[in-house]
Design a protein around this ligand. Structure first.
Ligand SMILES: *[C@@H]1O[C@H](CO)[C@@H](O)[C@H](O)[C@H]1NC(C)=O
Ligand SMILES: *[C@@H]1O[C@H](CO)[C@@H](O)[C@H](O)[C@H]1NC(C)=O
Ligand SMILES: *[C@@H]1O[C@H](CO)[C@@H](O)[C@H](O)[C@H]1NC(C)=O
Ligand SMILES: *[C@@H]1O[C@H](CO)[C@@H](O)[C@H](O)[C@H]1NC(C)=O
Length: 475
């Protein structure tokens, strides 16, 4: 909790006193209300705003052997983006909408889906890629090892990195591009191998006898090249020999300055399946509360960063089997369950995604959430809408704010009280927006996005078909 203070108490802002703050600071615990339920968070406005410096995590997870540090691509902890231009929030939201359209357009034929998505219509000139999240990790590849920073994405199957020499076009990346001819452990995958056939519709014939892949992410973004193997070092001691990945010879789209992507979806070619023997199709991550902190991505059980994790069943979403399906049963605001018929959530189903920023809800559920939230926040000044976000506040004159707790109930009696940082999308102190948006219809696929996952240890037990949430996974 260092660097950001927040404490929680039951009741309205009137009850806020120095005494309560002292309790919060000294015990770092949460006073509970009479019914034993937390109904609101009091948090400093400054803790919601990005800080210009990086405070790397010192959590227990960072000492686990199969753990990678997770960094927000656009924050002060990232070495990729020492960008003089501040993050354009409208662009982030446009890109997010493109990603949602891409996910919602995926067809049953998972081998076909990535290609079919080329037909999706996308906001003109958003200039953004959509198969891409906002968080990156750095892995080692080849012998000798080269460090590569890749976006990680639970919605994408194939891991790929740009490879020398480019065939047609490659984008500018921060780190030197991977060069197969300088790695003694590199091999091509033969066109006739089982691995090549697992590419399905993502295969694109042979180059000589070498298997080729081609992935399109729905706008003009794509990666194509050779399907190959090399040694992958998750950490210096955690080595995956003959890891299969795409050696991208022709890559387009704004993948930022990352070297490519690490695919964590539920698919034969993803890293999850490839490392099944070693890690038992079990991974977890924690996304930090703000870009000024770091989180982690961990493969395998190996201890666990948090003591208590609640599990909800993972479901398969019809026609979208590569994604991780979850069952949302209800939402509460300030401890009061919203009256939303359960069929509203079940008609379209939902997935959890590491790369979608804003949670997408059935419009019926969103409208109930918005009404309850606006009522609870009635004493604050509202601010103009920001793109898809229609409930924004001006907190520029506040030092602390009290916000109702938002609780998601998932199948299996799992109630998740979102972190205060998991409720808002912060453009600036004078425009802090409720980070949820409605789908067009209740029958559209819902998406539990990465803002809402912040600070939780999110555990994917793919073999056990369950998804876990543990609070305080990282700061
Ligand atoms: C942010 O991006 C949007 C959409 O691309 C653009 O219209 C707007 O001018 C940008 N704002 C700034 C400050 O660059
Ligand atoms: C799935 O996609 C593959 C490759 O594009 C195609 O050959 C196959 O017929 C498709 N299957 C179905 C059921 O559409
Ligand atoms: C891999 O295949 C490509 C394309 O066929 C070829 O140019 C390259 O020499 C092969 N590399 C190795 C190490 O076999
Ligand atoms: C290089 O591009 C040509 C077409 O321009 C294509 O036929 C060939 O398969 C590509 N090779 C690789 C390795 O991607």
């Amino acid at each position: 909790m260092e660097g950001s203070f927040f404490c929680v108490f039951n009741g309205a802002r009137l009850f806020l006193s120095l005494h309560i703050l002292m309790i919060c600071f000294t015990h770092k615990s949460y006073p509970y209300g009479v019914e034993g339920k937390i109904t609101s968070h009091t948090t400093s406005v400054s803790s919601l705003l990005p800080s210009p410096s990086c405070s790397p995590s010192t959590s227990k997870a960072s000492i686990r052997k199969s753990t990678l540090e997770v960094i927000h691509k656009h924050g002060p902890c990232s070495t990729l983006f020492q960008d003089p231009n501040p993050l354009n929030h409208t662009k982030v939201l446009l890109r997010d909408e493109s990603r949602v359209k891409w996910i919602q357009s995926q067809s049953s034929n998972s081998s076909d889906g990535l290609k079919a998505s080329a037909a999706v219509s996308l906001p003109a000139k958003s200039g953004m890629t959509i198969g891409i999240g906002n968080y990156v990790v750095t892995i080692g590849l080849g012998t000798p090892k080269k460090d590569l920073t890749l976006e990680f994405d639970t919605g994408s199957p194939l891991t790929w990195t740009q490879c020398e020499p480019c065939n047609r076009s490659c984008y500018t990346q921060s780190e030197p591009m991977f060069n197969p001819s300088q790695s003694s452990s590199y091999s091509n995958i033969s066109c006739t191998s089982t691995s090549c056939s697992q590419l399905g519709g993502r295969g694109s014939g042979c180059s000589g006898s070498t298997c080729q892949y081609s992935i399109r992410y729905g706008d003009q973004s794509s990666s194509m090249g050779l399907f190959v193997t090399d040694k992958l070092m998750i950490t210096p001691t955690e080595v995956i020999d003959k890891f299969e990945f795409g050696c991208g010879k022709n890559n387009q789209g704004l993948f930022g300055r990352t070297a490519g992507l690490i695919g964590l979806s539920n698919d034969k070619i993803s890293i999850v399946e490839q490392t099944a023997a070693k890690y038992g199709k079990y991974f977890s991550y924690c996304l930090p509360s703000s870009p000024s902190y770091t989180g982690h991505l961990t493969f395998g059980k190996d201890g666990g960063a948090v003591s208590s994790v609640s599990f909800t069943p993972l479901s398969t979403v019809p026609r979208r089997s590569q994604f991780y399906g979850i069952s949302i049963l209800g939402i509460a605001v300030g401890g009061n369950r919203l009256s939303i018929p359960s069929t509203v959530f079940s008609s379209g189903g939902a997935i959890i995604d590491s790369g979608t920023v804003i949670t997408r809800l059935p419009p019926t559920a969103y409208s109930a959430l918005r009404t309850a939230f606006r009522n609870a926040m009635a004493s604050y000044t509202m601010a103009p809408a920001l793109n898809i976000l229609d409930t924004c506040y001006d907190f520029s004159k506040e030092s602390t704010i009290t916000v109702p707790v938002i609780t998601f109930s998932f199948a299996g009696r799992v109630d998740v009280d979102l972190d205060p940082n998991g409720i808002f999308f912060v453009a600036k102190a004078s425009q802090v927006c409720l980070a949820f948006a409605p789908n067009r219809a209740d029958s559209n696929l819902g998406i539990y996005g990465n803002t809402q996952q912040k600070t939780f240890e999110v555990v994917y037990d793919v073999a056990g078909r369950k998804l876990g949430f543990g609070s305080n996974g990282c700061s």
